[in-house]
Design a protein around this ligand. Sequence first.
Ligand code: NAG
Ligand code: NAG
Ligand code: NAG
Ligand code: NAG
Ligand code: NAG
Ligand code: NAG
Ligand code: NAG
Ligand code: NAG
Ligand code: NAG
Ligand code: NAG
Length: 476
Amino acid sequence: MKKQLIVFALLGIFALAEEQCPENSFLKDDKCVCKAGYYSESADKCLKCPDNTTSFPGLYYNTYPEATAGDCRKCQNNYYVTGKATKEKSATCSKCPDHSINRRQLEDVQTEAEACTECEYGYYWDNSSGKRVCSPCGSEGAIPADKEQTGKNPSFCNNCQAGYFMTKAADEKAGTAAQCSKCPEYSGSTIQTDVGSIANCSCEDRLAEKLSESVQTCKCKAGYAGQVSNSSAVSGCEVACAENASKYDGKCACKKGYYGINAAYGGKCEKCPELTISNQCHRGDCNTGEERGKITSCNSCIENYYIVEFAGGFGPDAKAATCKACPENSYNEEGGHGFCKCFDKYADSLNYSSTKCECKYGYTGNVATTKDGTGCVKEGSSNSGSSGSNSNSGSSGNSSSNSGSSGNSNNNSGTSGNGSSNSGSSGNNNNSGSSINNENSGKKDKETSESQSINVNTNSANLQILALMMQLAILI
Ligand SMILES: *[C@@H]1O[C@H](CO)[C@@H](O)[C@H](O)[C@H]1NC(C)=O
Ligand SMILES: *[C@@H]1O[C@H](CO)[C@@H](O)[C@H](O)[C@H]1NC(C)=O
Ligand SMILES: *[C@@H]1O[C@H](CO)[C@@H](O)[C@H](O)[C@H]1NC(C)=O
Ligand SMILES: *[C@@H]1O[C@H](CO)[C@@H](O)[C@H](O)[C@H]1NC(C)=O
Ligand SMILES: *[C@@H]1O[C@H](CO)[C@@H](O)[C@H](O)[C@H]1NC(C)=O
Ligand SMILES: *[C@@H]1O[C@H](CO)[C@@H](O)[C@H](O)[C@H]1NC(C)=O
Ligand SMILES: *[C@@H]1O[C@H](CO)[C@@H](O)[C@H](O)[C@H]1NC(C)=O
Ligand SMILES: *[C@@H]1O[C@H](CO)[C@@H](O)[C@H](O)[C@H]1NC(C)=O
Ligand SMILES: *[C@@H]1O[C@H](CO)[C@@H](O)[C@H](O)[C@H]1NC(C)=O
Ligand SMILES: *[C@@H]1O[C@H](CO)[C@@H](O)[C@H](O)[C@H]1NC(C)=O
């Protein structure tokens, strides 16, 4: 705020000062002095230099008590001094030949040849008529290789200026200049001395495709999209995402439910196997690249399904998670990494061995068949009990994205009853039950369950994280 005020104040002061200087003068080193092309004893009345001459502005250059027209010692652009200025009299100036340029203004007398050294772009020094004049090359983009030497016909224009490429060389016999083609928009070239091609032009945008006979315009190279820029400093091209991929952190990642090794730079995405989904990105890790762009990224289940076998494996053995529908009267979130939860808050929590929703100890009746519907009631009471337990607490480790469920949601309500397979083989089940719910309702009176075999693939990094989370949950 304060800075801005100061800046404005300063600007104001400068503007005032500028305005305070009389006409044709300006403030220089705290004094008003005449502008270039003027002279005076004081800036109050600046006088114009005589025709074709000019002066250098400043105290002791063109604004001081004894200033005279003699201070107009130089010539205007493209004029040169033919008579040196004296104390009282300005310089005399002559004009350079048409289309020629005087690069440096001197106060000393010069000849035309000394002063007017170059022709404008597209012209060459031509002495075929005996007099040195600037003649047009007559071919767009053509320029002489040597700007200061004279030639006798347009074939002296044997180069192409920057921004052009040469399609035909100058022909001395025919007296024709080189033929030059303009580089495509957003591209440029250096001066061309030989016949070349459009490949001599290069697009400014460094993410543009290289120009060639088959690529005649500047456009973003494969894997990139957008409007090319005309500066090498900033590119207008951005990574283009394949179908079913979208931008994430400047690169592409497959959308939820897809995976692909090369997706980051536009490579295609594969769909996860049925019932499984992948996260697009989780804590910076996306479902692309050598490690994550594989089917093992499909490591969670669609809504109302739960994982019975984790994703894992390498090479041909790599596979997605195996998902199973929630048991009757239970549900699960999309990507939920735990067991399904019974609709009925007074039901026992489910785990790998207990896959049927039943009223917990102390409650009786039929479990609720809709979420938060009424079902189990406290034994010996007619209304649903007032137990303080809260069976609805959320599962930990749910997947990051829960929006827009894919296809199969809501499938399990009621129908697919019988729960999981009961293969009797015992397995280690240390992970079970961790994240499903916090119900602490003590006794569980059900028949002891036989453990089910859970094929846990410990190669999966995700699983290790999950296992950690579960151990934490158990500790808590
Ligand atoms: C200024 O230059 C023009 C030609 O450009 C010429 O006609 C005129 O005489 C010159 N003036 C003086 C004072 O030399
Ligand atoms: C033209 O210029 C060239 C090179 O400076 C010189 O050799 C030649 O004599 C000139 N021709 C005429 C007609 O002045
Ligand atoms: C123009 O391109 C040709 C090949 O097509 C190459 O030999 C030549 O060096 C290029 N010229 C310039 C000035 O880059
Ligand atoms: C290139 O950029 C400059 C400014 O940086 C702009 O003035 C010019 O129009 C641009 N040229 C094209 C062809 O876009
Ligand atoms: C992308 O997804 C759409 C619908 O989700 C599907 O029709 C299309 O085939 C998918 N494309 C690829 C390359 O998998
Ligand atoms: C599974 O859940 C049932 C009922 O909630 C419980 O009795 C049993 O101990 C649990 N089994 C494991 C391995 O946690
Ligand atoms: C779990 O899901 C809830 C909403 O359902 C969300 O607020 C929370 O951030 C999720 N947690 C994680 C770790 O993704
Ligand atoms: C539900 O799942 C069964 C098989 O498990 C399938 O036949 C049915 O089409 C699914 N229904 C919906 C609405 O997805
Ligand atoms: C449950 O399984 C039994 C036998 O395995 C079968 O008769 C019954 O139809 C199944 N019920 C459902 C809802 O799938
Ligand atoms: C399972 O837990 C028991 C006791 O908590 C422990 O002794 C055993 O090593 C665990 N097994 C695995 C595979 O973690």
